[in-house]
Design a protein around this ligand. Structure first.
Ligand code: 13P
Length: 250
């Protein structure tokens, strides 16, 4: 059975002290979770976050990883560096990185393979722009992103990979995909994985929805057959809201 995973992407928010305070507030609301809970603070907060998470059921994630082991890559972090501070998950190819920092399907693929080779669980983000949805090519866009992200990834590693469907027009806008829209595209992602690796592998892959998920809409979204969790931005910065989303996950 595939895992339900609720992950908070804190983006560029919180100092180390603030991260510790937020984790202390999240710990009790996550303690009875029926699902995997992950927090992804900024890189500078990872050591403080790891310390604050000690003895809890919450896992630590990072927001990006480089594909080389070391070298002249100013500003980047390697798999080994993240693992050394207790990171288990890493977000790859978030639309903000694709939009503002030159992330491409090719670099997403390289980062995904490096994360898997080094034992990190990648949370690979895919999703269409508003005009792509309006042009009626959402399914093609998302299927292409998934195929390119997983190019050269073995079936064993594909099973470990988490895919987050984040329609770009729903991120930070307050506009959420309807539960049916989210389910449909998450279903397309599962069918794409099945076309690459077979139905058995596809059934095991966790596919999250992300984009303005909050305490009010989480229940309906998470009830859908193909939605196996959430990647949450704004609402993950408020412990009660994040707690309500965790509670909605079965
Ligand atoms: P919001 O929940 O703030 O829309 O952000 C979603 C997101 O980008 C998570 O990665």
């Amino acid at each position: 059975m595939r895992k339900t995973i609720i992950a908070g992407n804190w983006k560029m928010n919180k100092t180390p002290d603030e991260a510790t305070a937020l984790i202390n507030a999240i710990r009790p609301v996550a303690s009875g979770a029926n699902c995997e809970v992950v927090v992804c603070p900024t890189a500078v907060c990872l050591p403080a976050a790891k310390e604050a998470l000690a003895g809890s059921n919450i896992k630590l994630g990072a927001q990006n990883v480089h594909f080389e082991k070391s070298g002249a890559f100013t500003g980047e972090l390697s798999v080994d560096m993240l693992k050394a501070v207790g990171v288990e998950y890493v977000i790859i190819g978030h639309s903000e990185r694709r939009q503002y920092f030159g992330e491409t399907d090719e670099t997403v693929n390289k980062r995904t393979k490096a994360a898997l080779a080094g034992g990190l669980i990648p949370i690979v983000c895919v999703g269409e722009l508003l005009w792509e949805r309006e042009c009626g090519i959402t399914n093609e866009v998302v299927a292409r992103q998934v195929k390119l992200a997983l190019f050269g990834v073995s079936a064993e590693d594909a099973k470990k990979t988490v895919i987050a469907y984040e329609p770009v027009w729903a991120i930070g806008t307050g506009k959420t995909a309807t539960a049916d829209q989210a389910d449909e595209v998450c279903g397309v992602i599962r069918a794409t994985i099945a076309s690459l690796y077979g139905a058995e592998v596809a059934e095991e892959v966790t596919i999250q929805y992300g984009g303005s998920m909050n305490a009010g809409n989480a229940d309906e979204l998470l009830r859908k057959e193909n939605v196996d969790g959430g990647l949450i931005g704004g609402a993950a910065l408020k412990a009660p809201d994040f707690g309500a989303i965790i509670a909605a996950a079965k």
